[in-house]
Every structure is written in C-alpha cells, then in structure tokens.
Design a protein around this ligand. Sequence first.
Ligand SMILES: [Fe+2]
Ligand SMILES: [Fe+2]
Length: 187
Amino acid sequence: MQLQHPELADLLKKAYSAEKAAAFAYQGHAGAVKNKEAKIAIRQIEIDEWNHREEVLAIMKQYNISISKWYEIRFHIVGKIISGSCYIIGWFMPFYFAGRLESGNVCEYFRMMHFFHSIGIKEHDKTLYEMGIKEKEHEVYFLGQIKNNKLLPFFENLFSWGNKKGFNDIDLDKKYSVEESEQYCKK
Ligand SMILES: [Fe+2]
Ligand SMILES: [Fe+2]
C-alpha cells in the first residue's frame, strides 16, 4: 500500500534517521559520564533509540517508503558531532540538551498518529504511543538528573526547557490510554 501523505512519509524518514543521531549521541554521552548508574541508564536509552529506529522502519516498509540517503548522512554527522562534543562540553550540557531534544521528540510520534488518523489508519496507534511515551520517559530521566542544578534556571530561560517549560503535554503520572492519546500534542 502506498501512503497518500507526503508530510507523514517525510516525518517517518526523518524520524528513522534522527533516531540514529540520538543513538550515536548517547554513545558519546554514556562514554563521557563517570557515574556508573548514569552510564547504564544512558546506554539503555541508546538501545531504546535503536529499537525505535527498527519500529519506524517497519512502518515505512509497510508503505514502501524508502530511507532518505540525505537524512541518513545528515543525521549521521549530527550524531557523531554531538557524541564527540559530550567529552568536551562538561557534565551539565549533555544532560540538558538530551532532555530538551527528547521533550520535542515526544510529539513527533503523536503527530504521526494524527496524520495516520487523517487518512483513516489506526493500526499503528499502539506502536506510536509507546514510542512517544518512551521519549517522555527519556525526557523525565534527563530532567531528573539536572532539576536541582544551579545552571538550570539560566538554561531554561535561554532555551525554553526545564522544570516549568517543555515541548509536550504528556504527564506520565496521569497518562491517557492509547485510545485517548490522540488528544496529545494538538497544539
Ligand atoms: Fe527515540
Ligand atoms: Fe529518546
């Protein structure tokens, strides 16, 4: 089946490649942190991103959507640069920007769900929901590491993410079911 939604097809291609960038970035991040628990946690997040990449690819294959060579190269470079930078920009910033990025990624999966619904497809709801919620868990983890850091208020002002500001409307303590989750990320 061909997907009659160019914007959705592009979003899937971009997500597929961006998950690789994220996984690369977390390799650097896990390598750069000294704390053993943090290393393990970030390594697990890297695995989650590789899994997301596989799940996005499975959806793409179903609709004969090809992998974008351009996104693959672009996000490969981006991921490797971020990965390397984790060793030189100190402890705080890798956690901060990882959390900020994850915060934005959450709604990407719910936007895909909205697009699929607009063309009458609901069969990917559970997969997209789980990926979106997983990104939220990643965001919460990174924020938890830095929420009391004295640098956070300054960064939150500058980059609009932190204890009060974020890029999605998901609350893990009272989350919607898969069926209700279309309500997420409407704004
Ligand atoms: Fe991901
Ligand atoms: Fe993530």
